[in-house]
Design a binder for this molecule. Structure first.
Ligand SMILES: Cc1cc2nc3c(=O)[nH]c(=O)nc-3n(C[C@H](O)[C@H](O)[C@H](O)COP(=O)(O)O)c2cc1C
Length: 223
């Protein structure tokens, strides 16, 4: 399993130093050590990629967050290990020929019961753009398929631009995309890159606030 993770000590040091949550807790005379368990909850950021843009986007999202996040390639993990080890999940997939990665669907179906309420956010990396009604409807359709097995839909979902580098495509993908570009777009297949590190980092920061608010809620309940 590939992981890129802060040590627990480093994480706690960061939280204690910077977080508004810890400041508030201290102001209210709350003993943070009692909440080490909550703070130590771990988040998995699972991504499914074929050509790398979704992995890059996942890394930028991770960079936008201060809490420890394990970056996991969904094709290289054991679902049962992941489902027992983590308390929160961010799940992202590229889109190929109209659909998300089958491992993403499989993971969400497998974890259907234990995942309820634990999917913090989902994201897609695709060629479809949100600038038109048709594009927005297409993206909504991808998310609907992705979320179909979830009883509680994630409150944060976002589509990011991906990329196509023609020279890196497999022969089959190049042929399929060439036919698609010629038939539907009436243009030649060419390389493009609409990845956006800044937008992805912001998404990570928003997810971070969501985690902090959850923790703050649990601190407030206890004081
Ligand atoms: C074979 C192929 C099919 C694709 N089909 C779609 C599609 O149906 N809809 C879409 O929005 N984007 C489509 N794309 C664009 C991809 O979503 C985009 O290239 C994205 O970056 C892929 O993620 P990855 O780089 O992590 O593999 C396709 C790309 C490829 C290579």
């Amino acid at each position: 399993m590939q992981t890129e993770r802060y040590s627990r000590r480093e994480f706690l040091a960061r939280v204690y130093r910077y977080s508004s949550l810890s400041m508030m807790a201290l102001l209210f005379g709350y003993d943070l050590s009692a909440h080490e368990k909550d703070l130590g909850k771990s988040t998995a950021l699972l991504y499914a990629t074929r050509y790398g843009a979704t992995k890059d986007t996942a890394q930028w999202i991770q960079h936008g967050m201060r809490t420890p996040v394990d970056l996991l390639d969904i094709e290289r993990v054991s679902f049962s290990d992941v489902l027992t080890r983590y308390d929160r999940f961010i799940v992202g997939s590229g889109i190929w020929i109209g659909g998300v990665h089958n491992k993403v669907i499989e993971f969400l179906e497998t974890g259907q019961n234990s995942l309820d309420g634990k999917i913090l956010a989902t994201f897609l990396v695709c060629g479809t753009e949100e600038s038109t009604d048709k594009g927005r409807a297409g993206i909504e359709g991808y998310f609907n398929v992705m979320h179909a097995s979830l009883a509680t839909k994630p409150s944060m979902s976002k589509a990011f631009g991906g990329r196509i580098i023609v020279e890196k495509l497999t022969d089959d993908d190049r042929k399929a995309l060439t036919a698609f570009y010629n038939t539907f777009l009436h243009e030649q297949l060419r390389s493009w890159d609409r990845t956006d590190p800044e937008k992805a980092r912001h998404f990570g920061t928003d997810a971070e606030y969501k985690i902090e608010n959850t923790l703050l809620g649990s601190v407030q309940k206890s004081v």
